[in-house]
Design a protein. Structure first.
Length: 68
């Protein structure tokens, strides 16, 4: 389950990922059970949660930022 976007994994060589996810239905347990990954790693979307106008505007901002 995706629960965060545009996540920076802090290490000696910090890297930004598109998403951070956790097991479903457990949710966040601790940092050891989180997974950072990119959009290209997604094979299949099983379910999309609630989306309103604010979410659509946020998605637009993220897309515009990716172009720059």
């Amino acid at each position: 389950m995706i629960y965060g976007r545009k996540q920076i994994v802090v290490s000696e060589d910090p890297k930004m990922f598109d998403y951070i996810g956790v097991f479903y239905p457990e949710g966040y347990i601790n940092q050891e059970y989180t997974f950072a990954f990119n959009h290209s790693d997604i094979e299949k979307v099983i379910f999309e949660g609630y989306e309103d106008e604010e979410e659509r505007e946020f998605q637009h901002v993220l897309k515009e930022a990716a172009i720059d």
